[in-house]
Every structure is written in structure tokens, then in C-alpha cells.
Design a protein around this ligand. Structure first.
Ligand code: HEC
Length: 146
């Protein structure tokens, strides 16, 4: 029984060799989203870690298995919606993602809760929610017209 702690530590040590690739892909200024300063500020502080190529990695991103969950969030987040490739996203795909965005924001489903647990400043305040909702509504109207 007293060896259990060494076994757990041993496993933790061994799994550290499996390291996700955390190099951020390049950002092309012609492809990335350009919005007003206040909108960009909210997106960067609440969404960019998973929905852009400008992810900021905290110190614990080096520690497995946390790093594996993080890599999964980032990969799935970028696949769902990447503000760094904004201009290149197929308009139909973009529209379908954005149609869900305000619902996600209203219900506090984005940013996801196990992220806000460690990033309290990413939690959207009512004013920030309103700002994003107005921004995304405008984007939706634009997409519907084109
Ligand atoms: C910790 C990572 C993380 C953060 C931060 C985050 N998201 Fe996400 N987001 C995800 C993941 C993961 C998915 C994909 C979910 C899936 O695969 O079903 C996603 C999906 C989405 C989608 C697509 C939903 C759909 O059903 O198509 C939208 C829109 C979205 N996020 C908006 C946002 C917005 C806006 C913010 C900031 C306010 C944000 N997210 C912050 C991880 C994150």
C-alpha cells in the first residue's frame, strides 16, 4: 500500500514524455479577424486561447495529463472557429457557427468552464456579452446578405 504513492508518481513521470506540439501556427494579417478595439479586447481575453493561432500557454501547459486536455481543447476550438483564419472560413460554415455563438455566450457555455476555472478574467461580464452579441449579430447579417 505504501508503494502506491511511488507508483502514481512513477506513472506521472513516465507520461511526461508524451508532449503535445504547442507551437502556434503563423497568423496572416490578411486572414485574421479585424474588429473594433473593444471587441478585439474581449475576444483576445476570453476566446483567443482556443479559437486563434495566438494561444497563450500557462506554465501548467507543460504538465501531462493537463497538457493533453489542453491540446484537445485548442485543436477542437480552432477547428470549430479560428479568428486567425477568419477571412478564409467558408461563409456557410461561418454562419452555422455564428448562429450558435450568442446562445453559447448567454448560457455561459463559452468560454468553457474548466478554462474559466483557471482564467477568471475570461469570464464574460454582462457588458462584454452585449458587445460580443452585437458584433456577432452584425456578422450574421452580413453573411446572410452575401
Ligand atoms: C478553453 C478553450 C475555449 C475557449 C476559451 C473558448 N472556446 Fe469556444 N469552443 C471550444 C471547443 C473545444 C469547441 C468545440 C466544441 C466541440 O467540438 O463540440 C468550441 C466551439 C465553439 C463554437 C462552435 C460551436 C458550434 O456548435 O459550432 C463557437 C461559436 C465558440 N466556441 C465560441 C467561443 C467564444 C465566442 C469564446 C469566447 C467568448 C469561446 N468560444 C471560448 C473551446 C473554447
Amino acid at each position: 500500500m505504501k508503494y502506491a504513492i511511488f507508483i502514481v508518481l512513477g506513472i506521472l513521470l513516465v507520461i511526461q514524455v508524451i508532449r503535445p506540439d504547442f507551437t502556434n501556427p503563423k497568423v496572416n494579417p490578411q486572414e485574421e479577424l479585424h474588429a473594433s478595439v473593444p471587441v478585439m479586447k474581449v475576444l483576445k481575453s476570453s476566446c483567443y486561447d482556443c479559437h486563434s493561432n495566438e494561444t497563450k500557454y500557462p506554465w501548467y501547459s507543460n504538465i501531462a495529463p493537463v497538457s493533453w486536455f489542453m491540446a484537445d481543447h485548442i485543436n477542437r476550438g480552432r477547428k470549430a472557429l479560428n479568428f486567425s483564419n477568419w477571412a478564409m472560413i467558408d461563409p456557410k460554415v461561418k454562419l452555422s457557427r455564428l448562429k450558435r455563438v450568442n446562445h453559447l455566450i448567454k448560457r455561459d457555455l463559452m468560454p468553457i468552464s474548466n478554462y474559466t476555472w483557471m482564467h477568471k478574467n475570461a469570464i464574460l461580464k454582462p457588458k462584454q456579452k452585449k458587445l460580443l452579441e452585437e458584433f456577432f449579430d452584425k456578422q450574421i447579417q452580413k453573411l446572410k446578405k452575401s
